[in-house]
Write a protein of this length. Structure first.
Lengths: 102, 102
DNA sequence: CGGATAGTCAAGCAGATATTTGACTATTTA
DNA sequence: TAAATAGTCAAATATCTGCTTGACTATCCG
């Protein structure tokens, strides 16, 4: 992961609307686009714009199931970016109990 | 720390030049402005601009000693911002052995 | 097929940001 | 006090970003 890629991860988190989306996802396992937009209080068009930024930075991953797309935080990307500004950062292997993970 | 303040922390890390500065500081304990600019390969004027952004986001702290200002990463700020996108993030209490901390 | 639900995309605008240049201030040292 | 070192600031420019609007595509269901 290059310096530019790491900066892109932080840029994805640098906007309050996107940060809200990611913080919502951090507590909720996964959400579909419509729910994300509704909970964040934004239009689906605006969600689509921000979703693209988050996806291109690999901060989230998306999976289509039927009509909807479901979205999760990609922890590996956050960990890789955070490690460089905090070399000895340790992360817990387990996720909070209210969040089921595959 | 509000959503906007957390976003501001990530915005401070979102530019490759500033991220480089912070990553340098993460490995080097502290550096003065002239050394930061030289090691990052930028002008002092540009450093001054970026330094202001990092300081206002509280990502670094600065201290004047004589003619120079010395700069360190402020770990508390990073931890507070990171916690919200990664609720169960654990940080090591100790800093790497090559880095002396007050 | 046709309608409903879910999301995308492009254009356009307004405000923010990165960088350079050159003049300015502050502190130390001779 | 004068020169050197260390950093600041304002203006200018070019680029990027966030958001809205409205038209478009994709999937499902009757």
């Amino acid at each position: 992961m290059t310096l530019e890629e790491r900066a892109k991860v932080f840029a994805a988190l640098a906007d309050p609307t996107r940060l809200k989306l990611v913080e919502m996802l951090a507590c909720e396992e996964e959400l579909c686009g419509t729910d994300l937009a509704r909970k964040a209080g934004i239009s689906v068009a605006l969600l689509s714009h921000h979703w693209k930024v988050l996806t291109e930075a690999k901060v989230v991953v998306r999976e289509r199931r039927g009509q909807s797309q479901f979205c999760q935080v990609k922890r590996e990307t956050l960990e890789a970016a955070f490690q460089n500004v905090w070399p000895n950062l340790r992360v817990r292997s387990a996720w909070p109990s209210n969040v089921a993970r595959g």
